[in-house]
Write a protein that binds this ligand. Structure first.
Ligand code: G3P
Ligand code: CA
Length: 355
């Protein structure tokens, strides 16, 4: 899409939204020290570099993202690490290094073992048009290493948007996270850290450990979450196209969606992170939970809306028009350009940082 059209879509969406309930979102965000609208770099700049690795986070930071998004897990020897999937086979060479444990959870590995894995070559194979030889030498990061990156550029100082991933596997991770953030001096500035989880129990534990830190309850449609009108999960559906299945899913009724807003509010969340359907579907396209009435109901309850995960200008425009307050994106530069905020060329920045 041409740059001028992107800008036009962006301005139209922002203009329309600001005439209505966006004003509420803006003041809700300001009260928490959260930028409006927020640019949340999903697993770093993960369109241009392997997700959750050093170049992905360096690039997201230097592009000017408001937040570096990360999924938190814990090693067998108790170190907080940043990995999205429950196991390591999609994003590393675990099958070659540890064949007998290739499908074991992250928690089955020590930090030293995780650090032997190649966390970048999979990206070069999956996306040859964005491959770089330097990506084959990347390793899994600890939380502290991501904090180091976030602190590393005096001109660009993103916050952290931290998800407790599969938290039932990691008892006490919420308190441990608090200790690390406190030790690093990250809990003193409002809105510098946002905490997120799909898990109601983890939300309660995060709220207990860090009552002043803004928290987001992530929303999705499924039999263990917002009850679907279809009564089915994808796994039970017999279908083969997950995105097409997800695109047809919706809450069983309005009351069910509103019930989850109340769960978020009562659990101490200051907002929700709903899923969205992408215009082109594909991976990371889910059920549409950002319909205008949903966002309006959230704002009426004093809840911000940060939608996951959109990468296309038309999807950004639709989401803003529907009234969201921030967007998780794998393409932080594209979203910054959409908002007409200053940024730089992704490829040139990767070159500059030695990748
Ligand atoms: O954390 C928001 C978004 O990242 C949720 O989806 O599966 O990418 O963690 P996921
Ligand atoms: Ca996440």
């Amino acid at each position: 899409m041409r740059k001028s059209l992107i800008a036009m879509l962006g301005l139209a969406a922002l203009g329309s939204a600001s005439a209505g309930w966006a004003t509420e979102g803006k003041s809700l965000a300001a009260a928490q020290g959260i930028p409006y609208p927020s640019v949340i770099a999903h697993r770093g700049a993960s369109y241009d570099a392997p997700e959750s690795t050093t170049p992905a986070y360096l690039l997201a930071r230097d592009l000017g993202a408001d937040y570096l998004e990360l999924d938190l897990q814990r090693t067998r020897d108790g170190v907080l690490v940043v990995v999205h999937d429950d196991e390591l086979s999609r994003t590393s060479d675990v099958a070659e290094r540890f064949p007998e444990r290739k499908l074991s959870p992250v928690s089955a590995f020590t930090l030293a073992e995780l650090k032997t894995l190649d966390a970048g070559s999979w990206f070069n194979e999956a996306y040859p048009e964005r491959a770089r030889p330097s990506f084959s030498k990347l390793s899994i990061l600890t939380l502290d290493e991501v904090i180091d990156i976030a602190e590393g550029n005096p001109e660009r100082q993103p916050g952290l948007y931290i998800e407790t991933k599969v938290p039932n596997q990691f008892p006490g991770i919420e308190k441990q996270l608090k200790q690390r953030l406190e030790a690093r001096g990250w809990l003193s500035r409002p809105g510098r850290v946002v905490l997120q989880t799909f898990d109601r129990n983890s939300l309660a534990l995060l709220h207990e450990a860090m009552p002043q830190v803004p928290k987001i309850l992530l929303l999705w449609v499924g039999t263990k979450a917002i009850a679907p009108a279809s009564g089915q999960d994808f796994a039970d559906s017999g279908e083969s196209d997950k995105a097409a299945f997800s695109a047809r899913q919706q809450p069983k009724d309005r009351a069910e969606f509103l019930r989850w807003l109340n769960i978020a509010k009562q659990g101490g969340a200051i907002g929700t992170g709903p899923s969205a359907k992408r215009g082109k579907l594909g991976e990371q396209s889910y059920a549409d939970l950002i319909q205008p009435w949903m966002n309006q109901a959230s704002h009426e309850r004093g809840l911000l809306v940060h939608v996951y995960t959109l990468d296309e200008p038309q999807d950004y425009a639709n989401a803003m028009q529907a009234g969201v307050d921030g967007i998780f994106t794998n393409r932080a530069a594209q979203l910054l350009r959409f908002y007409q905020r200053p940024t730089e060329n992704e490829s040139a920045l990767l070159d500059k940082s030695g990748y």
